[in-house]
Ligand binder design. Structure first.
Ligand code: 13P
Ligand code: SF4
Length: 301
């Protein structure tokens, strides 16, 4: 059995030989942080994949994130180390269903959350992430916006805009089950803690937040805040990331595990680099249309 230390050495060697970059989402298991060139939220990682000069991008995140890298950097080899690492919320919207819904709302602009397949992005006017959903919704000229697929992020954006948002019935199983009672209990145990909530949580839970943040914004909030304790309502791996950056502060998770994010292990990253697996490929016309939606977002913010 190869130790983590051996694996890390081998990965670093292969990374150099193959001119690869390793991009890692905040929720990925913390041992993978040690081999990352960059760790971030969906928006940060999209920007990094658009701008890297590496030949190979190894994407440690769920499927749609690796797809985004390929959409933005078609000339590069994009490797997704584990096929099973897929986002169930992204699978709740399919291109055929979106086309049907678009025909029911011909005057609406289509904003898709980044947690969507390339084919759903290809049907959308502009993409957004949890870090910029409000700005993106407000940026479109149409008064009506079809927002796909997260109903909770849609409700949050609706509370901050005059546009009429038409929700899709998708949700994240990790965030949607977090309850007001979970937050109340955590507040009883940690009365001085600030409450950071991811906008994939339900409106009830969001109403209890001191700050509503993407995972990247949670890092900024924890850095700038004078508070030293934080209740963190999102996937529990985020607390490992926060503790790593701010060892002097305390973080209390309120939220379960995204099992799909935890699929990717160090060994899978090693095999991905060694065997060039599993390469993301996309239908070119779909990729080009999906890129327009992502480019529009990246031009704005
Ligand atoms: P972030 O963009 O905030 O990292 O969110 C991605 C995600 O999948 C949250 O569940
Ligand atoms: Fe998808 Fe939820 Fe997992 Fe994020 S936490 S990748 S939205 S299932």
């Amino acid at each position: 059995m190869t130790s983590n230390k051996d694996l890390i050495e081998k990965i670093m060697q292969l990374k150099k030989e193959k001119k690869a970059v390793i991009l890692v989402h905040n929720y990925i298991t913390s041992d993978i942080y040690d081999i990352a060139d960059y760790i971030g939220d969906s928006l940060d990682l999209s920007r990094k994949s658009a701008n890297t000069d590496a030949d190979i991008i190894v994407f440690c995140g769920v499927d749609f994130m690796a797809e985004c890298a390929k959409i933005l950097s078609p000339g590069k080899t994009v490797l997704h180390p584990k096929r099973e690492s897929t986002c169930p919320m992204a699978a709740m919207a399919e291109a055929d269903d979106l086309r049907k819904k678009k025909s029911e709302h011909p005057n609406a602009s289509v904003v898709c959350y980044v947690n969507t397949s390339a084919s759903v992005k290809a049907e959308s006017d502009i993409c957004c992430t949890s870090a910029n959903a409000i700005e993106i919704v407000n940026s479109v000229k149409e008064k009506e916006v079809l927002f796909v697929p997260d109903r909770n992020l849609c409700a949050y954006a609706q509370s901050k805009t005059d546009k009429k948002l038409i929700p899709w019935d998708g949700y994240c199983y990790v965030h949607d089950v977090i309850s007001i009672e979970d937050i109340k209990k955590a507040k009883e145990s940690h009365p001085d803690a600030h409450v950071m909530v991811h906008p994939e949580c339900s409106p009830d839970v969001i109403s209890m937040a001191d700050a509503v943040c993407s995972t990247g914004q949670m890092l900024d909030y924890a850095k700038k805040s004078s508070a030293t304790e934080f209740i963190v309502a999102t996937e529990e791996g985020m607390c490992a990331r926060l503790k790593r950056e701010f060892p002097g502060k305390k973080f209390y998770p309120v939220g379960g595990i995204c099992t799909q994010m935890k699929e990717i292990r160090l060994y899978d990253v090693y095999m991905a680099l060694k065997m060039n697996q599993f390469e993301i490929t996309l239908d070119e016309p779909v990729r080009k249309r999906a890129k327009k939606a992502l480019d529009r977002m990246l031009e704005l913010r």
